[in-house]
Design a binder for this molecule. Sequence first.
Ligand code: GLN
Length: 456
Amino acid sequence: MKTANKKVTAERLVKDALEKAKHFADYNIFTFLDEEGALARAREIDARIAKGEKVGRLAGVPYALKDNFLSPRGETTAAAHILGGFVSPITATSVEKIEAEGAIMIGRVNMDAFAHGSSTENSYYGPTLNSHDRERVAGGSSGGSAVAVALDIVEFALGTDTGGSIRQPAAFNGIYGFKPTYGTVSRYGVVAMASSTDCISFMAQTPDDIDLLMSIASGQDPKDMTTLPDYYNDSKVKKVKKIGVVTDFDNDSIDIEIRKALKKKCELLKSKGYEIVELSMPSLKYALNAYYVIVPAEVASNLSRYDGIRYGFRSEKSEVLNDLYKHTRDEGFMPENKRRIMVGNFVLSSGFYDAYFLQAAKVRTLIVNEYAKAFEQCDFILMPISPNPPFKLGEKVDDPVAMYMEDMMSVSTNLAGIPGLAVPAGETTNGLPIGLQLVGPRRSDKSLIEFSKELN
Ligand code: GLN
């Protein structure tokens, strides 16, 4: 991480980042650029450096913030119209922690509205373009975060991963993206999608940067009762011998170039003396089905607070209270948000709860157990993140099921609460990035990040 010092000022670092952000404006990455705020903060840090005062481990490092993190700087809209005009009175704990180390937010970045999606096309602000091919999607939902890092505008970005939203866009843009063990980083001050699978973390260019950021952001937060005591900084890096590969995904559903990339990395690991263990994990096939029941159920609950009274946008059309809710929600949510609210309420309704939500919850337990068993046979698992390389803009956005299918490899780790790291793994013959993920048992986060260097 390039931090500010007496020779390279924070102001210079921030100015460069802002210039690059403007240069790449047509990629539609930023929903808000905070030039004034970022420069003021940079000058403060430079003044402290000049006085010889102690500055943090991220002094003057510009970063991009996914638009679902609360901070009073700029509107927090989660790329949804219904939050338009909402300025948060509070700051997310993760943001507080990295800013206490001197990092400087240059702006907020685009995403699928409320983080629902796999392409950043479900944004009220329109899609972000892929860093390698402007006709293709950035991935999602943290598409803006990934492209901001991949185009080297900023050194790191904050994102959220509920079912793959850090790892998949990282893979689609050729960078590292980490989803930690559930509860490692506080969710306080982040717009909730599905509270039982939401994870906060980072995208960056190197495993060392991810490690540094995780060492800053991890730890218990009295404002988020699901956070774990800081095991991250106390972890010993474990000795890795065996890497698992899952044999259950049928060959037709995974792109041949991704399969080849996986094979190549396995060969590399073998040549370095690691043992490759084949794993049968039959429940993983059902992860997607379980995810698209459990997550909409939680989404429906979490989105019920947006009613036109408390936050952001309010429809002008209404004269009576009930209509105000109805019109606000109708005009304010994106179609994908509405779809999930409807599915979520359906699977939770008294007539269908047993048939859907309860069954999905049972599948979730099977997946948790299956991963636990797998990690008795190997240290980490290496697998694809998505079945396809970045697809064309507009290709799947009108076909929700096709879009959901893109998540089939990423959601199981969220249901199980275990860590997954997106690692760049070469390119397709037409130059599109390929990413693979390393998956580990709960609390193996630090070792997983360290081990990823072996894939180079
Ligand atoms: N693509 C997945 C979904 O649409 C994951 C989203 C996320 O992780 N926020 O639910």
